[in-house]
Design a protein around this ligand. Sequence first.
Ligand code: ATP
Ligand code: MG
Length: 414
Amino acid sequence: MKYSNLFTKTLKDIPHDADSANAEFLTRGGYIHQEVAGVYTFCPLGLKVLRKVEQIIREEMEAIGGQEILMPAMTPKEVWVKTGRWDNFDALFRFKGAGDKEYALGATHEEIVTPLGKDYTFSYKDLPFSVFQIQNKFRNEPRAKSGILRGREFSMKDLYSFHTGQEDLDKFYEIAKKAYYKIFERLGFDPKITYLTYASGGAFSKYSHEFQVVSDVGEDHIYCCEKCRVAVNREILDDQKTCPECDNKDLVEKKGIEVGNIFKLGTKFSDSFEFKYTDENGKQNSVPMGCYGIGPSRIMGSLVEVYHDENGIMWPKPVTPFQVHLISIKGAEKEADKLYDDLKKEGVEVLYDDRDERPGAKFNDADLIGIPLRIVVSTRTLEKEGVEWKERDQKEAKDVALDKLVAEIKKYYS
Ligand code: ATP
Ligand code: MG
């Protein structure tokens, strides 16, 4: 992508209501554009990051057998009445359509997925299975804040699993938990700041499990066991003053951003919809369910919170919008143009700053946008038949010969 073709522009000024690093840098970098509090457009750079985050999640959900579907955002009132949540879900956006028919915008999808599963499940032979979607959710959050960390419309991956019994659910739950660990590692989060956190489980199990990333903008208070790398959410700490895994009493308080949450739902939702299956003995049984949520847009914001400096973003390699930020300096335009074409032919993702701008302005924008690798072509580097190679998280630059460049880039990203 040529920078001169990108319709967004970087902004010098900090948006007046930017209350967090992600709100500031993502807005100034042209990644996102706020429409109203908690509601954002994802511009080309932002959508590239979001799609990469989603793709990693999708791959890991498919790896555990999840089948991707897309449920509607518009959901009828009746199903919410059936589960008793029409009147009790505070954050539900409710509205009326033609003929005064009432709907809610999907804030979560148990009410849709449970009757869906029921329609295709007859006997024990049809179980277990799991389905997931990556879709925008709508919640009337009393206070939208921290850029894309707490939105009113936001992206969520939600997976739902259906089982023959508790044992089957327990087994799958552990598999899903492992998949979540893998997702956070693949996204580039340092495992040292990612905690599996015991949180309240609702009516059906003692705990649910959250995945929390340690950050000062986090709204959750978690008590961390440094030995097991697990934590306990303060909201339940009253009856849990020690590490649930090793009984360690030395828990350290930190602030966390909840990036994922997995739950055993038991038969709460299947019972509401009289979803039963026939077992081997011809007996009718309830269907225990699990649900597994994760927020791609909140994850994108959290990565910025964790990986930035005073000049801008420092994307982890797996989610960077482009692999290379190529910059031409006056006098080397022709050579830079050619390098851009060559890199693209080699399958390298390049953002090419081909503007007629001062080098300093181009470098500042590169720091703000935060692509891990900056490559500069100038008359100086061309004298040595090379380019300047600078990594976003390193102070020093180095020269790399043009004929070695593609191999070096591939090595850097392997
Ligand atoms: P919170 O306690 O932060 O309000 P939640 O517990 O209500 O979140 P879940 O229903 O567990 O959220 O949703 C699953 C995931 O969706 C969360 O772990 C988070 O990653 C994401 N998420 C939830 N609410 C928001 C929001 N308002 N904006 C962005 N992402 C969100
Ligand atoms: Mg949660």
